[in-house]
Design a protein around this ligand. Structure first.
Ligand code: HEC
Length: 126
């Protein structure tokens, strides 16, 4: 005859693991919700529209990037350091489209509009 402890260990090996797994999955799901809610709240996204600024990296974008990006991405302090994310589209994707960079804050609509002129013009350096 089986002892109660054997019966319960059979029960846990058969069903318990699945429940632990479900509980962990839920914990992860809710955990990540909590993590994103804990981040500094981003403003609502805006649709950047070029405001007519004749924007180049040197005249317009450099100061914005230096003030808002270089504290975390030190390589973005020069045009050549930015060129990788310019050419692979990541600059436009994160800053203008998703607007999830800068990670710890927001660019103003005015800044986004000026940067949009630069994007539209093909990211000129000068
Ligand atoms: C507070 C720190 C911080 C600031 C400020 C910041 N970033 Fe980021 N950035 C990160 C981190 C960390 C990642 C890695 C992905 C993630 O965690 O979202 C990242 C990822 C990226 C990526 C994706 C490609 C990659 O290198 O992984 C791009 C592009 C980017 N950042 C651009 C910018 C630009 C442009 C600015 C300024 C407008 C900026 N970031 C400001 C922290 C920052």
């Amino acid at each position: 005859m089986k002892s109660p402890s054997t019966a319960s260990s059979v029960f846990f090996s058969k069903f318990g693991l699945r429940h632990v797994f479900i509980a962990l999955t839920m914990l992860l799901a809710f955990g990540s919700v909590t993590v994103s809610a804990g981040c500094k709240k981003k403003k609502n996204k805006v649709t950047p529209v070029c405001d007519g600024t004749n924007a180049t990296y040197n005249s317009t974008v450099k100061s914005i990037v230096n003030a808002n990006c270089v504290s975390c991405h030190s390589s973005y302090s020069s045009y050549s350091g930015l060129s990788g994310i310019i050419s692979n589209g990541q600059f436009n994707q994160h800053v203008q489209v998703d607007q999830d960079m800068p990670k710890d804050g927001d660019l103003s609509a005015d800044e986004l509009n000026k940067i949009q002129c630069w994007v539209d013009a093909g990211y000129p350096e000068n």
